[in-house]
Design a protein around this ligand. Sequence first.
Ligand SMILES: *Cc1c(COP(=O)(O)O)cnc(C)c1O
Length: 454
Amino acid sequence: MTHYQAQDAAHHIHPFTDTAHLNQKGARVITHAEGVYIYDSKGNRILDGMAGLWCVGVGYGREAIVQAVSAQMRELPYYNTFFQTSHPPVIELAARLTSLAPEQMNHVFFTGSGSDANDTILRMVRHFWAAQGQPERQVIISRKNAYHGSTVAGASLGGFSVVHEQGGLPIPGIVHINQPYWYGDGGDLDPNEFGLQRARELESKILELGADKVAAFIGEPIQGAGGVVIPPLTYWPEIERICRKYDILLITDEVITGFGRTGEWFGADYFGIKPDLMTIAKGLTAGYIPMGGVLVSDRVFDVIANHGEFYHGYTYSGHPVACAAALATLNILESENLPQRVKSDIGPYLQERWLKLAEHPLVGEARMLGLVGGIELTPNKTKRAPFKVEKGTVGLICREHSFNNGLVMRHVGDTMIISPPLVISHSEVDELIEKATLTLDQTYAQAKDQGFFS
Ligand SMILES: *Cc1c(COP(=O)(O)O)cnc(C)c1O
């Protein structure tokens, strides 16, 4: 281990990590980054196929963000917005964001992260109903395998059973229905039919609980951390129809799908739905400074704003430096037309090549929407079979090969996922595909070798 690695192992607890296991080998230390590349302390250059953790849409090394942040730090490094005070960057950002958001959304509440934003949403929707004399409307329906963050409310809304087992989650009033995961659960069904079936589980759940008990439904337009689950096109419109039928608030968690990832500004725009609330974070500041928020529709705002004080807020709500980073990020997204670039240029270019990976003998399905995609590893394409070893083993082997080949791909079980910066060039896409192909070849050979095939 290097000095860095030893110190890291001695004192730093990593998120979502088996600490003892990591500390035997030491963390990879990333020292700098530029464009779509990260560099480690051993001098390796690695194409960042995950844009950090889904956030660095505009790429690394954007001087305009650095300038905006440092200028703001000189001008006003901090002030809160609690005591009937405000400041220029938060005012400008609120106006700017709501002009980009769907037309029904004209208000925003700022938070420090995506997790915080979902905590805010949980309280806001329950308060919304209570303020209208329906305090029994408490339940929020979410989905298995969803990711909504790591705070108590965020992790409860999330649908990972391993997460729920630690710390007594979920908190009361949150239930989970099945996800629209066609490759895993759709069998022989036509994907659009399957999408409708999965959406209608929402209706069954509402009827089971009683519509007068249900406050809201929350979902990621595309499930990210759950393995890039792209729903059939029938799914979201049907979810929206059911929410409207029973007068239940519709929340889209746009932390990954916001800010151009799908080729539209928000995932809701892509799927043609009009949510009542949207969670934002990650791409909002390109990860340069932490920030999240909740975009609030007129309907929800009118109730929240007219029922006295909402006893909720964070010290760093609307932090001026984070607002400056967000404004500079939005400037880049707009001036470089990045959502449009994803929709009509680099998106189709990567999709065409990525979907061809399905021809590889190790791959059961390749899927991609905008610039977010997944591939399912399997020893038997036609049966979509699992490997003869604990789930995730082959995925982890694949991730290791990928890193060593100079490409960040993440694994979720035996699904490999990517979400590269929106600024990735055509030749960088070629490099990504070349490295992914080599990685699949190596993983295939090793998995065969180790007897993981049937
Ligand atoms: C990352 C993520 C979150 C949590 O955001 P943090 O900033 O890590 O708290 C919430 N929802 C989705 C969909 C995410 O991908």
